[in-house]
Design a binder for this molecule. Structure first.
Ligand code: SF4
Length: 342
């Protein structure tokens, strides 16, 4: 590699080209591509940190097209941070219905309640303070600082990681050769000062549309001449083992994550007059699984206990056994448990 520079933080024998001409060419090329190709997404039209937070949480593990209707409906229902903080958790879970990974909804509300309680409803502006908020990781803190407060900060999600790796390090499959810490240092060098918002949006969009994981459009890529992965990426991708690698995986429809979703859906569908008393485990079991039997009660009880811990359900004993001896508390009898939304 010509003009390659060993940055000192890479694994041995790994160098990256971060010379000024390359940085300049990549910045100009990527920002021009973004101008021409950006999608008009609602979270790109706002600088409200609450709306940005909602979009970032929804976009975790979920495609843009799927998020769009939920984003609009959620903000209609909970237009402000304080509205979300004050809402019953069961209502928040219901509004999230269909989007999946319900725990995100509960965590989002906890973040909102914390900001209302500790910051009088005003999001802190600094990256450090944002990172201290419950339920906010380094990526989301960076996204709020950049997309709401227009700060020049670096952070990496899957798309950004892939683009930076390919442009500056090389082929990233079957696995990346540098760590996020290294990529963040590269990101820091390439970020054009004063244009953090556009730059980070461009990286995300480029990874989502142009430089995708398995079908990067290299032939029509404006950054081809400045891409370290370009000479080899198509060949490497073509020779990767097919996704049909016969992994002995449990089908999703039999996984605990599938049944967690079914349990929350069953609780959400309870008639309103039963939402306070809830339903017993056996009835719940028959609603989430056709072949439910007595032998499955402990399994269901464990799932309900996990959901309770995650704030997605509430479980209470119908009539706790009376311990006449006054000794140690008896373990709960799963058959006496009644379950509701929180
Ligand atoms: S040339 Fe291919 S791998 Fe390189 S940035 Fe463009 S699309 Fe991605």
């Amino acid at each position: 590699m010509t003009n390659a520079v060993d940055l000192g933080f890479m694994p041995p024998n790994t160098t990256v080209n971060v010379t000024s001409p390359k940085l300049a060419a990549v910045r100009v090329g990527l920002l021009a591509w973004f101008d021409a190709n950006r999608r008009d997404l609602p979270w790109r039209r706002t600088r409200d940190p609450y709306a940005i937070l909602v979009s970032e949480v929804m976009l975790q593990q979920t495609q843009v097209d799927r998020v769009l209707p939920y984003y609009a409906a959620f903000l209609d229902r909970f237009p402000t941070l304080s509205a979300l903080a004050a809402a019953p958790t069961s209502g928040v879970i219901r509004a999230w219905s269909g989007l999946g990974y319900n725990r995100r909804a509960v965590n989002l509300q906890r973040t909102a309640q914390h900001v209302v309680r500790e910051f009088r409803g005003v999001f802190p502006h600094t990256l450090d303070a944002l990172r201290q908020l419950p339920g906010i990781g380094p990526y989301t803190a960076g996204a709020i600082a950049c997309f709401a407060f227009e700060q020049d900060v670096v952070f990496v999600d899957t798309n950004m990681r892939r683009v930076l790796h390919r442009l500056f390090v090389g082929v990233d499959v079957p696995q990346a050769v540098v760590r996020d810490r290294d990529l963040l240092q590269i990101a820091e060098r390439v970020l054009p000062r004063g244009q953090g918002w556009s730059w980070n949006q461009a990286l995300i969009e480029f990874g989502a549309i142009q430089c995708t994981a398995r079908k990067p459009a290299c032939v029509v890529c404006p950054l081809q001449a400045n891409c370290e992965a370009y000479p080899a990426i198509q060949t490497v991708i073509a020779t990767l083992p097919r996704a049909a690698r016969a992994k002995a995986e449990i089908p999703f429809e039999r996984s605990n994550r599938f049944y967690r979703g079914r349990i929350v859906a069953a609780l959400r569908d309870l008639p309103t007059n039963t939402t306070t008393t809830g339903i017993d485990l056996e009835t719940l079991g028959r609603r989430v699984r056709d072949d439910f039997s007595d032998a499955d009660v402990p399994w269901l009880y464990d799932l309900v206990r996990d959901l309770t811990r995650d704030g997605l359900a509430r479980a209470a004993e119908d009539s706790p056994p009376y311990d006449a001896t006054g000794g140690a508390e008896s373990p709960p009898d799963p058959k006496q448990i009644r379950v509701t939304l929180p």
